[in-house]
Design a protein around this ligand. Structure first.
Ligand code: EPZ
Length: 420
């Protein structure tokens, strides 16, 4: 078992190169199932979820080479072995459900494990299923699997999501790219990762266009071409290290960011007291005087992202006053609260809201990670806390943060990975 040991209280100074986006890479990897030609993907982060998706695609039949030194993946056309995504893989990474849309679009059949819940919520996929049924897919749930078939090809449809879902939007976009005719999808999620998927698909020959802020039209094409494509930077990773600068009262320059994709995150960090100075070629320097209390609720893009909620909470534990965070996206995304309280944080939860009363300092403690973003909020708290923080179950962190320890170490953090 591995632990992270952090000696807190050090101000972090230095620069960090931001990796490619995990949440852009995963749907784009799934979309490779639509394409029978060589695909080269660049700026792919070397994190556990990418390796899991690689294994899943290989189990379906794709031949994949991941050059982790170059952060580059090559996908070769092969004869598909089976149209399945097994529970053993999907249970560890919910994004495995994203092969559902491409498989049924290309092969008229898919048997994909229901992802099941996770720490942050029940994570249903009803929106994915209902929308695919509108396109003519026959879908039944059998022994924990989604069994979807389209006796003939899927048919174009007009779909309006009853609520905004990143994954359902991605699955339906992929399902419609090869579906003859015009499919209209309304009330879609518009996270930058979805725009990157749309851009990837259009670059490979798809015909996807926006007709309004949250509505797109997809004109099915016969086939998609192989391409050489670089995914967008990870805005959540960048936001996380911005908070590392703020919570330790240091100064960190982030390189290789995408400024407009982060404007909503920067807006909130500024409200919390951040000084944000943009530099040349996609860099930004983050520092602060004091940490100001703030009120925020998580929203679908372009609102404040739920994936930054835990990180912001760690910061606000040290603000000068009372803050309020409302989690509007997931029903159970406050698992980091009990661990932060063990480090001395003053947080009260009522329903989906956290009332945070700022304190002078956090104290190091032995804590437990529960999900990807909760884990990193404990790292941030440990960096600022007085004394030593030991973080257990750090496999959660390894799912989504490339070279976290070395990136923090290069800014002066006293952090080590220990096998116990
Ligand atoms: C994606 O998850 C991200 N994962 C999540 O990031 C992110 O937190 C989430 O979008 C919201 O932005 C990836 O991109 C791989 P949703 P996804 O469908 O697609 C409910 C991380 O830390 N819902 O937008 O699963 C759902 O329960 C991860 O990197 C239904 O009710 O999120 C949730 O309450 C965590 N029915 C809300 O919608 C459905 O069919 C938003 O979920 C689908 C979703």
């Amino acid at each position: 078992m591995k632990q992270l040991i952090i000696q807190g209280g050090k101000k972090l100074y230095g620069s960090i190169a931001i990796s490619g986006s995990k949440n852009a890479s995963l749907p784009i990897l799934a979309a490779s199932l639509l394409i029978d030609e060589i695909i080269i993907l660049r700026n792919i982060p070397n994190v556990k979820d990418i390796l899991t998706m690689k294994t899943l695609l290989e189990s379906i039949g794709k031949k994949i080479e991941f050059n982790i030194l170059k952060n580059e993946i090559k996908i070769y056309p092969t004869k598909i072995k089976k149209l399945e995504a097994l529970y053993s893989l999907v249970k560890t990474m919910r994004a495995g459900v994203l092969v559902l849309g491409p498989l049924i679009a290309k092969y008229n059949f898919a048997r994909v494990s229901l992802p099941g819940g996770c720490a942050i919520g029940s994570r249903p996929v009803d929106l994915h299923i209902e929308a695919l049924k509108k396109m003519g897919a026959k879908i039944k749930i059998e022994k924990g699997y989604i069994v979807a078939e389209a006796s003939k090809k899927l048919k174009p449809a007009k779909i309006k999501f009853s609520s905004i879902s990143v994954g359902a939007t991605e699955n339906l976009i992929m399902a419609a790219t090869l579906c003859k005719g015009k499919t209209i999808i309304q009330n879609i999620a518009i996270e930058p990762e979805i725009l990157d998927l749309i851009n990837f698909l259009n670059c490979s020959g798809a015909k996807i266009s926006f007709v309004s802020k949250r509505s797109i039209v997809i004109e099915g094409v016969d086939k998609l071409r192989g391409i050489n494509y670089s995914v967008i930077p990870d805005r959540i990773e960048a936001g996380t290290y911005a908070v590392a600068a703020l919570i330790t009262n240091g100064k960190i320059t982030l390189n290789k960011i995408n400024r407009e994709m982060m404007s909503n995150i920067f807006q909130i960090l500024k409200k919390a007291g951040a000084k944000i100075v943009f530099g040349k070629n996609n860099s930004v320097t983050i520092s602060r005087k004091i940490i100001k209390p703030t009120k925020i609720k998580t929203m679908p893009y372009p609102g404040f992202p739920t994936d930054m909620q835990a990180q912001l909470m760690s910061l606000l534990c040290l603000s000068k006053g009372s803050s309020l965070i409302k989690e509007e996206i997931f029903e159970n995304r406050f698992l980091h609260v009990s661990e932060l309280k063990r480090m001395g944080a003053n947080i009260k939860i009522t329903n989906q809201s956290a009332n945070i009363t700022g304190i002078v300092n956090l104290n190091g403690a032995e804590v437990m990670a529960t999900d990807l973003r909760a884990s990193v909020s404990l790292v941030l708290a440990g960096l600022a806390a007085k004394g030593t923080t030991i973080i257990n179950r750090i496999y959660h962190l390894e799912r989504g943060y490339e070279n976290l320890v070395s990136k923090l170490k290069q800014c002066g953090a006293k952090i080590v990975l220990k096998n116990v």
